[in-house]
Design a binder for this molecule. Structure first.
Ligand code: ZN
Length: 85
């Protein structure tokens, strides 16, 4: 849940890695910076996030890369494996 909220606060038009200007709502300016950024996010927040489906009550294991690259819709949650402790 934290990851989804976090994304909303990251809108800017400068590359978060090298500071170069980039398209509005883009986090990075290039594929290279994107990969560095993904590795950094995985290190800081973990490779996977627990995301609870409020309708079914099930907890799913979603990669943070997927969330950052595609965003996450509720309808897609069922396609991710359930989180096992
Ligand atoms: Zn960059």
């Amino acid at each position: 849940m934290f990851a989804l909220m976090y994304i909303k606060f990251m809108e800017n038009s400068y590359c978060v890695i090298c500071g170069a200007p980039c398209l509005l709502n883009r986090k990075t300016c290039s594929q290279r910076c994107h990969e560095i950024y993904m590795a950094k996010m995985e290190r800081e927040f973990g490779k996977y996030k627990k995301v609870v489906d409020v309708v079914t009550g099930k907890t799913h294991k979603v990669s943070i890369r997927y969330i950052l690259e595609h965003g996450l819709k509720w309808s897609e949650l069922k396609d991710f494996p359930e989180w096992e402790e």
